[in-house]
Write a protein that binds this ligand. Sequence first.
Ligand SMILES: [Zn+2]
Length: 260
Amino acid sequence: MKPESAEPGDATEALVLRRISYGETDLVLQLATRRLGRIACFARAAKRSRRRFPSGFPSFALLEIHVGPPGRGEALRPILDAVVVRPHLRLPRDLPCYAAAGLLVEVAREAFPEEQPEPRAFDALADALHRLDAGPFAWGELLAAELRLLAPLGLVPRLGSCLSCDAPVPPRRAACFDVARGGVICRRCGGADRTLDGAAREQMLAALAPVGELEPPPPGPDADPRPLHDAHRVMVAFLEHHLGRRFRSARLLEQVAASR
Ligand SMILES: [Zn+2]
């Protein structure tokens, strides 16, 4: 017989993607996890228990959880216990960083496949939240975080060469970007109605390049925020088109970034 261990079930790092109140005291949670992929869980008495669960399952905190197997005939796994590994308490006090973190979580909710482990995408999300918690906000870093999150999931836009004829875009040259087709289109192939600034495009490519291939910009404030902000608008349009959802945090980020 199996002994009653204090920590049974599968252990994994996790981030809360969505929280839904269920009854008086329970929570249904959608989680990104490192080992189990995106999973839906049930936390019984989560609003009462302070011993087994962190209070309210805080947004953006890196958690270590134990989950049981999915129950028969239903998809929800029970969460057996959870602890906060990195609380990221500064995030809610810095509005641009907070909105950016919200956007990454919204994107992860749509992009992470269910019950399929994607440890690289999970690490990219966890690292990005950790960096945003340290601040300050920078468009270049947010773009890099989005691309690193999407790359392992096969969802990055084409940035280096024309989608239609495969002609490479010269380094640091601006390029037309077709949101619906998901990448750059050269002028010979008809171009597109949006433009990606050359330096911003280079910075985005560097974020995706294997170590040592392209020099990624050092993390920190944007050298020139305007073109990176414009490139981020293109990125949001691309994401909303391909993931089929409007991202509320993207609107919030536009508002708080404009009022800075
Ligand atoms: Zn072309």
